[in-house]
Each structure stands twice: as structure tokens, then as C-alpha cells.
Design a protein. Structure first.
Length: 260
């Protein structure tokens, strides 16, 4: 029996790994796992501005899940993170983390990345978004969107980034979404990137084209680079995880149910 025990001890020693090697192996596996999670499942981001207030505040840490969009497109009401569709961000905003540690952690999904935006989907493919009805509400395909429970706005209507309460956008092209910040009058979103002749749009909306000689189609807003391709969407925000006192799971507001 002693001989058998001695043989087992020797075998265990032959197959055991030095502590430093085990540590490196575990670290490598952790990095690979983090990369897999970031690529396919969940990624961390932060809120860089007040454009999504009151729900999301500056420097809030959020988690984005990617599974929902494996087989489906973004839906109205989803808060999404997406890559800059073209000059929406300044060079400084696109830079992301600059420190060595933060940059490394960002690459494996353990630190918020730069070069992305956070907005709420208001219109999907085929939708027409119009500002605004007599109560200042956006109309999506003619249906009013009551956003008073989740937006902040000091203007008289719900789409003020064009400096007018009379504009329209759409139909939204296939493979694209129309996004807006919840802080309606402080968000460089899809409405901000529309190119509209406001005077002509006002005439068209009021049906004055016969009197003024304005072509009814001339007042339509030029989309410019207002729409965001769904291929640029990283995923859907599902949780705010920091600060801990504001931890919460996020879902789309009930107001969007009336648009379905």
C-alpha cells in the first residue's frame, strides 16, 4: 500500500502545473470569455451627455444586450447603442478611453467604449414621423406618441431640434431606424440631422400650396444622414448598473404600445 500511495503522489506531481502557469492560464481563459461575451452577448457603455435625461444621466454605466437583435430588428421604444452613422460625434467624442489599462479593458468589453451614441428608437422601417399635433406630441404614422412620462423638454412641442414644431420625416428606409434623445431639446439625434425648409414645410402642412404656389412635395425634409442603419446598432440597453443607488432594469415605455 505505501508503494501505491507513493506512486500516486509522484503522478500528481508530474501532472500538476506551477502556480504562475495556472494563473496565466486562468487569466487567458478569462480574457477569451470576456471577448466572447462582448462580441455576442453583453457589452458595457456609459452615458456621455444629458441627451437621454431624465432616465439616463451623465456618467451612468449601462449594459447592452445583443441577443434580441440576432433574429429581430430594433423596435420602437428600445433604447439602443449604435456606432456613429457619420459625423454625429466630434473627434474627441469618438476617441474613447486613452489610458493603457482603460483601452485594454475596453477592447474586451470590461470598460465603456467610445465612438458610440445612445438614443431611443422612435421610427422603424416604413414609419413616417411628424411634428407635431395640437398638444405638441409627435405623430408616428398619424398616431400620437405621449412621451411626457419619459422625456424632458422645455419647448412647446416634442421635436424641437429643428427649431420648429412643423416638420416631417420618412418613410424610414428599410434597414434603418429614426432615433431621438429623451431630452428632446438637448439631443443631436435624427431630428437634428434632418435638413428641412421650415417655411415650405409649414405651407405644405397647412395646405397653402395652391395659394402660395409652393410644390406640396417641396416642403418635405431631406433625410440627410438622419437615419441610422440597423447594421450599426450594437444592441439594446437593458440595465443601468452604476451608480449602485440608481441600479435598474430598463424596458420600453407603455406609450409605444399604442403605436403597434
Amino acid at each position: 500500500m505505501p508503494d501505491e500511495a507513493s506512486a500516486a503522489d509522484k503522478a500528481g506531481k508530474r501532472h500538476s502545473m506551477p502556480l504562475w502557469q495556472e494563473s496565466l492560464l486562468l487569466m487567458g481563459l478569462a480574457v477569451v470569455l470576456a471577448l466572447v461575451v462582448k462580441t455576442f452577448l453583453v457589452q458595457a457603455f456609459y452615458i456621455p451627455s444629458g441627451s437621454m435625461e431624465p432616465g439616463l444621466e451623465v456618467n451612468d454605466r449601462i449594459l447592452v444586450q445583443k441577443v434580441s437583435y440576432w433574429t429581430d430588428e430594433p423596435q420602437r421604444g428600445d433604447i439602443v447603442v449604435f456606432e456613429d452613422p457619420g459625423s454625429w460625434l466630434s473627434p474627441a467624442e469618438s476617441a474613447g478611453p486613452t489610458g493603457a489599462v482603460a483601452s485594454t479593458l475596453s477592447r474586451i468589453g470590461l470598460y465603456p467604449a467610445g465612438g458610440h451614441l445612445v438614443k431611443r428608437v422612435v421610427g422603424v422601417a416604413g414609419d413616417t414621423i411628424t411634428c407635431c399635433d395640437d398638444q405638441g406630441r409627435l405623430l408616428v404614422n398619424g398616431e400620437p406618441l405621449d412621451s411626457s412620462d419619459f422625456t424632458r423638454n422645455d419647448r412647446d412641442c416634442d421635436g424641437p431640434m429643428i427649431a420648429s414644431c412643423e416638420w416631417s420625416a420618412g418613410p424610414v428606409p428599410e434597414g434603418s431606424v429614426f432615433v431621438m434623445g429623451d431630452h428632446r431639446d438637448d439631443s443631436a439625434d435624427s431630428s437634428f440631422h434632418l435638413r428641412c425648409d421650415v417655411t415650405k414645410e409649414r405651407e405644405r402642412r397647412r395646405g397653402d400650396e395652391a395659394e402660395t404656389g409652393t410644390d406640396p412635395e417641396a416642403g418635405s425634409c431631406d433625410a440627410g444622414d438622419a437615419y441610422v442603419g440597423t447594421d450599426l446598432v450594437v444592441g439594446k440597453v437593458f440595465a443601468r448598473v452604476w451608480p449602485a443607488s440608481r441600479f435598474s432594469l430598463l424596458d420600453k415605455p407603455d406609450a409605444f404600445d399604442a403605436l403597434d
